[in-house]
Design a protein around this ligand. Structure first.
Ligand code: SF4
Length: 327
């Protein structure tokens, strides 16, 4: 039997390079080796967008289009919408009974997001208990492996703690899922912070060449480099972070040397990186254009994915109720 691998995506509309190099890349690469669960987390989106939920539904479809265009194949992957699986909400309720508040309050991503998203009122129960909902997403299908970026590791640890606590209280039932760290753990946005639509710093997969060129043009490089022949420091340069994602080792070493010796200009690097990014997405753009001509195809994939996963989720909830002793 294949191991289960699960990934959730916030339906924030079109996907960006942070998604691609974060965990989608791994999901596609290993798609045939695992039983894959790929779902769009519209309830998670509500934790920060509850005041303006109007775009969540349409953003979810945009996201699904991008995922299928990237190569998520319904033959190997259950692609579904979180809110189509009500059993996840029921499991969250049971988990919330056994999760100490301190586990959630100490979660570094919680503290970080409260600061980063200070323009939104997210001091809510729903936002604090985000990791509990995430644990339910994972454990409702008893997933074995979760591809994540480094910043998501604390969430996986909370999921493992919740699984352990449930097993201790009611008898062994849940797996303790393992994190699979992707190679590019943190893709910077054009301002150097983590790439995110909410930070307005993302390069989207469907951006045209002009958009990509303009965004790369705004990237922060080495502020001490005034003239082309000034020696540079690639380790603090945002553009160099993208070289690490896209070029081979020899080319990377060459860029690094030439930057340090002041032999190349930042404008040259930016032009090259913009072209590399745009060209790398050629196949994706072609597939996306095809899918857009028949969006019903996407709705059908989501419908089928939800039916399959609901069957597993119903079985989990039935077992969980028996384990707790309320059924
Ligand atoms: Fe970055 Fe290239 Fe400028 Fe060096 S020359 S600081 S690597 S953009």
């Amino acid at each position: 039997m294949k191991k289960k691998m699960l990934t959730g995506f916030r339906p924030t509309g079109k996907l960006h390079l942070g998604h691609l190099h974060g965990n989608i890349g791994n999901m596609i690469k290993y798609q045939k080796d695992y039983e894959n669960f790929f779902f769009l987390v519209d309830w998670h989106a509500l934790t920060t967008e509850y005041q303006n939920p109007g775009n969540i539904k349409s953003d979810l479809i945009e996201c699904a289009i991008d995922l299928v265009a990237l190569g998520i194949d319904p033959e190997y992957t259950h692609l579904y919408r979180q809110s189509d699986i009500p059993q996840i909400a029921e499991l969250t309720l049971y988990f919330s009974m056994i999760t100490p508040l301190s586990w959630l309050e100490r979660c570094p991503t919680y503290k970080e997001q409260i600061i980063e998203l200070s323009s939104k009122d997210i001091s809510t129960l729903g936002f604090l208990s985000y990791p509990v909902l995430m644990a339910s997403d994972i454990l409702i299908v008893n997933s074995d492996i979760i591809p994540v970026g480094e910043d998501q590791l604390p969430h996986i640890e909370i999921t493992r703690e919740i699984a352990r606590r449930f097993n201790y209280l009611y008898g062994k039932y849940f797996n303790e899922p393992e994190a699979m760290l992707s190679k590019a753990t943190r893709v910077p946005g054009i301002d150097g912070r983590k790439m995110s639509k909410s930070y307005n710093n993302a390069i989207f997969l469907s951006d045209d060449y002009e958009d990509i060129k303009n965004k790369v043009g705004k990237m922060i490089t080495d502020p001490e480099r005034i003239y082309r022949k000034d020696p540079g420091h690639p380790e603090i340069c945002n553009v160099f972070s993208f070289y690490k994602l896209y070029v081979n080792e020899d080319r990377l070493v060459e860029i690094e040397k030439r930057c340090r010796r002041g032999e190349i200009g930042c404008t040259d690097c930016k032009k090259e990186i913009a072209e590399i990014i745009y060209e790398s997405l050629g196949e994706f753009r072609e597939r996306r254009e095809e899918i857009i001509k028949n969006v019903n195809y996407i709705h059908e994939i989501l419908r089928k994915g939800s039916i399959d996963v609901k069957r597993i989720a119903e079985s989990t909830i039935s077992d969980v109720r028996k384990k707790i002793g309320i059924d």
